[in-house]
Design a protein around this ligand. Structure first.
Ligand code: SAH
Length: 264
């Protein structure tokens, strides 16, 4: 082999190496491009699914550990608490703690009650599928949504206009079609749609508003926290018998935001 042949061999060998390196690089690059595209898509699907599946898992745990474990037995109530996406009733930054064993702030100094209290108040009403319910204190709309999963119709009143309007919008977006929201003072109830099978009041009043008692159907039940703000309050169950007389029973001490008569 003369020197020029050696040179050609050298170039050919070098060429071969270069080609192989380029090919390998191309393979590696396309692998990474494909991976990033695929993983981008997959991650996107996963993270969305993981989110709702993740929240659903938290909700099931909430029902098991905080609600069923404390003695709530009504299957309709347990089902409703498993169904309603509590995390969508609070601001985005609070979603992560939406299934904790505590009340949640919803702005304007107001709160959604602890999950167990929502479940307990709902169970006390013994709601049925043909019932018409009134709620005083819409807040986020969460309690109304829970009730609406069980009864035929829910009417709910909120005294703070921006809260009432936001709840109305949220409930519409979540397709709760059997809930009607009104902004106003719930002290007077909602005579137009009464009398009601169930009434739930989610703010503590120092007395039971007489118009609410009047709008309670025979055989109907009302759950209401009674007591002064920041002092001991009691969750009361008010029942109107089939004969029309009223019985009141104290269930447990609670702490609710105050029932107010106006909002400036
Ligand atoms: N049930 C709500 C909890 C809201 S906290 C939920 O699930 O999110 C109690 C609510 O009662 C507050 O939003 C407060 O503004 C409202 N409220 C207080 N007094 C009221 C009144 N007289 N009429 C209507 N709403 C009242």
């Amino acid at each position: 082999m003369n020197s020029s042949e050696k040179h050609i061999m050298h170039i050919t060998y070098f060429d071969l190496l270069l080609k192989r390196a380029c090919y390998q690089l191309l393979v590696v690059l396309s692998f990474f491009i494909a991976l990033s595209l695929v993983s981008g898509d997959v991650c996107y699907c996963f993270s969305l699914e993981e989110d709702s599946a993740g929240y659903e898992k938290l909700r099931y745990e909430m029902v098991e550990k905080q609600i069923a474990a404390r003695g709530i037995r009504d299957e309709n109530v347990l089902r409703a608490m498993r169904n309603v996406p509590r995390h969508l009733f609070v601001s985005e930054k609070r979603r992560g703690s939406a299934y904790g064993d505590f009340p949640l702030s919803i702005g304007y100094g107001q709160t959604i009650s602890q999950p167990y209290i929502v479940a307990l108040m709902t169970e006390l009403l013994k709601p049925g599928k043909d019932d018409v319910a009134l709620e005083v204190g819409t807040g986020s709309g969460y309690q109304a949504a829970v009730l609406s999963e069980i009864v035929k119709e829910v009417y709910t009143i909120e005294i703070i206009p921006p809260l009432g309007r936001a709840a109305e919008k949220r409930l519409k977006e979540l397709a709760y079609e059997n809930i009607t929201v009104k902004v106003g003072d719930g002290y007077y109830g909602w005579e137009e749609y009464g009398p009601f099978d169930c009434i739930v009041v989610t703010a503590a009043s120092d007395h039971i508003p007489p118009p609410l008692i009047k709008q309670l159907k025979k055989g109907g039940k009302m759950a209401i926290p009674v007591g002064r703000p920041f002092l001991v309050q009691h969750l009361m169950l008010v029942e109107r018998s089939e004969h029309g007389d009223i019985q009141t029973r104290s269930i447990l001490p609670v702490r609710f935001v105050p029932f107010r008569r106006e909002w400036k």
